[in-house]
Ligand binder design. Sequence first.
Ligand code: PLP
Length: 449
Amino acid sequence: MATKKGGSFRVGDRIGRLAMLLSVAMNLVLLFRLHKGGIFADEAPLQRRPEELALRTCPVEMEAERREGTEKLPPPPRSVAENAVINLDHGDPTVFESFWKQTGEKGTVVIPGWRTMSYFSDAAALCWFLEPEFAAEVRRLHRLVGNAVSGDGRHVVVGTGSTQLFQAALYALSDGGDARDPPASVVSAAPYYSSYPAVTDYLRSGLFRWAGDAHAFKGESYIELVCSPNNPDGSIREAVLSSEAGKTIHDLAYYWPQYTPITDRADHEIMLFTVSKSTGHAGTRIGWALVKDREVARKMVKFIELNTIGVSKDSQLRAAKLLKVVSDGYELERADEHTDRLFDFGRRIMAARWERLREVVKASGIFSLPEFPDGFCEFTKERTGIYPAFAWLKSEKAEIEDLESYLRSQKILTRSGKHFGAGSNYVRVSMLDRDETFDLFLNRLSSLR
Ligand SMILES: Cc1ncc(COP(=O)(O)O)c(C=O)c1O
């Protein structure tokens, strides 16, 4: 018995040592990955200290060139340390959280266990994975806001964010030619959204290929991406190219009244929208396309079928509810105009932020910002300014050639102009973060001389 006991003790001892060794090895691997920037791969050059992590407010604007793997993030901070790193690299729309908090239970969705089990929403429909409730609320919201033609002649295609729809649109517009044809050239006027080149080229498709700045493009056949208001510089845009064989995709993610006056009902071949920037629910991962041509819509649906066999119904039901809350805020008699109107809330905050930012930038003597004309908004029926989701900040000092590095040295994380086809004397700064982050950003910026 004694030998047996001793034997089992030795076995247990060995298992204990092995477990300890394993745990040490795992910690070493983790430390190595942190050091190499594997966990925060998109900001690898920066050493992360605890106070930096405290302000890292959900970097989930999934821009392909900057993302790798999944990330486990700390909960959002309640207060922000004065010396914290301020991360305004991503356009994470947390500014809208306080609106949704004040709407209480109105936006809550409960999905019983038996619902949303089938792959299909309407097997007979062109977009067979589109939840009818979601499509109805999309059309209702466009009717209310007047920002896009969305009636019966337009096909609604739902996507996992407008990022998936952008790829579906590239597929639809470039598929169908001879397999020996060269890839379609994908262009956008610089400065363009930094995801466009990355998402176009990451699979090295034989169907389409990034071809850079639309202004520099020579040729008749192309797919032009038109983003209006534009990410990163907030400009209101139209296509810069024109030819019989050319095609366009209009990315209207920011064509909502909190950012810009709604001057007309957009009516293009393919228009992309997303809840990420309209209601602020980037994590729900829902976007939609309004498509004129049935065959193009059919091919986009085919892409999504091949890519993800449809789009989360749970997310569509949530998005439908959120869009409903937004429309109800304007259409229901019992709605409270002070608490229930998302676009009023958004415009108020964005206007105030832009006014404060402009003051600080003017006083600094270091930076400048683009100017925008006012316009008459058909939605609010008044003249309003343009308050973009990003500030396109320029260095006006010759000695600050690399503005991203300069701001990084001041613990302000932004995205360099070079990712947008522009110079490194520009950076893009998110205007959509929480109040405490934005306040700290202004404080920090005003201390620079
Ligand atoms: C112009 C533009 N289009 C599309 C997207 C991506 O939207 P989604 O979150 O729906 O994929 C963004 C996100 O920042 C954007 O700025």
